[in-house]
Design a protein around this ligand. Structure first.
Ligand SMILES: *Cc1c(COP(=O)(O)O)cnc(C)c1O
Length: 396
């Protein structure tokens, strides 16, 4: 859905007001249209709606006013012409990739992808005759060498999950376009606040709205953002026919989440920066990676393509898996989970959970060691978080 009635306002203002169409009751907060379908006053109207000759809603798998409101606010946030909401982040990635290819085509993707995203390109697409080459994302030569005449789409995630490695979006976009292919960026770890892939040359951006966009651990959602033409020709029909639609209830929760997104993400990023500075040379840590620190191996690239750090920190605990478990189990305030972007601070051990299905060799390629703990910084007071991390590290 495309619209930008609040275009003249600043981001924070747009995130509170964009796309809000009040009903005749004049409610303050956005109405929730928890309905499967819509009725037509006359049979002729139904006919016209199905012929696309008259604007209006017909069925929530196609469109719904609350979902449209969420899509308009997301498009405004991202600076995209159009947005399409989906049931989950994975539905967004799947639709964005499947919508672009057919048997005989080829995709190139960065190796260090969220586990399920990697399954889509490496296992699912080949079942339908779509080839896939995985490359070392930061190495632009590998992207160039992977291109074939039938290459149609590139996919990457930056910062990557969970190693927080950075890929040059503008560099990869240039290679994709020279090959006549598109670039899709999974922008979850950067958040829409700190990185604008479309401005850097990407063609499509996907989010798991489950993460920072909800930000309070309540519901699943996803969204695809691109030009109106991309959404219309590559994504919309797939979504309408296949049906991974967002629930209007979830759209409403996520819409309210967008109102506070800048407040939450700014605070979480500040806290993450504070904790990273305090802990980067801790004797119990083999390494600490944070995209907001000058000692990040790709600090120059981060400066060029991101306007803020991240709400995520990657910690490598000395002594591998056993000591990583000891550290996690000793945490009192910070909880063990596989989620991220939440108001509650959460830690994950990727080797034994999100990236368990990969062999140790593949994990090593993805920058995932047994001591790695992914830390999603929440909204608690920074001193409480620091104290919890410091006391837990004494157990290592
Ligand atoms: C969580 C996540 C997804 C999948 O999102 P769901 O909403 O869980 O389906 C995809 N990519 C990244 C980077 C994620 O963090």
């Amino acid at each position: 859905m495309t619209n930008s009635s609040c275009a003249a306002y600043h981001l924070e203002t747009r995130l509170v007001h964009e796309g809000h169409e009040r009903t005749p009751f004049g409610e303050t907060s956005e109405a929730l249209f928890l309905t499967q379908g819509f009725i037509y006053e006359r049979a002729e109207v139904a006919e016209k709606r199905f012929l696309n000759e008259e604007a209006g809603y017909s069925y929530t798998r196609y469109a719904n006013p609350t979902i449209t409101n969420f899509e308009q606010r997301m498009a405004s946030l991202e600076g995209a012409e159009a947005a399409a909401a989906t049931a989950t982040g994975m539905a967004a990635v799947t639709a964005a990739m499947m919508g672009q290819v057919q048997a005989g085509d080829h995709v190139v993707a960065a190796r260090a992808l969220f586990g399920s995203c990697r399954w889509i390109v490496e296992d699912l697409l080949p079942r339908f005759g779509v080839g896939c080459t995985l490359v070392d994302g930061p190495n632009l030569d590998e992207w160039r060498q992977a291109v074939r005449p039938e290459t149609k789409a590139f996919l990457l995630e930056t910062p990557s999950n969970p190693s927080l490695e950075i890929i040059d979006i503008a560099g990869v976009a240039e290679i994709a376009h020279a090959a006549g292919a598109t670039l899709t960026v999974d922008n979850v770890f950067a958040t829409p606040l700190w990185q604008k892939p479309l401005e850097l040359g990407a063609d499509c951006v996907v989010y798991s709205a489950t993460k920072h966009i909800d930000g309070q651990g309540r519901c699943l959602g996803g969204v695809i953002l691109a030009s109106a033409e991309f959404i219309e020709t590559k994504v919309q029909q797939f979504l309408r026919m296949v049906g991974p639609s967002m629930s209007p209830f979830n759209a409403w929760v996520l819409l309210k989440g967008l109102e506070t997104l800048p407040l939450r993400v700014e605070r979480q990023t500040q806290t993450a920066g504070f904790l990273a500075d305090r802990l980067h040379n801790h004797p119990k840590l083999e390494r600490l990676t944070y995209p907001g620190r000058p000692d990040h191996p790709q600090a120059d690239l981060i400066k060029r393509q991101m306007s803020g750090g991240s709400t995520m920190i990657a910690l490598v605990v000395q002594g591998g898996r056993e000591e990583a478990f000891r550290f996690m189990n000793a945490l009192k305030l910070i909880r063990i989970s596989n989620n991220l972007g939440d108001a509650k601070s959460l830690v994950t051990h990727p080797t034994t959970t999100t990236h368990q299905r990969f062999s140790p060799e593949v994990r090593a390629e993805m920058g995932i060691s047994d001591g790695l703990v992914r830390f999603s910084v929440g909204l608690e007071h920074r001193d409480d978080l620091l104290a919890d991390l410091e006391q837990a590290l004494t157990h290592v």
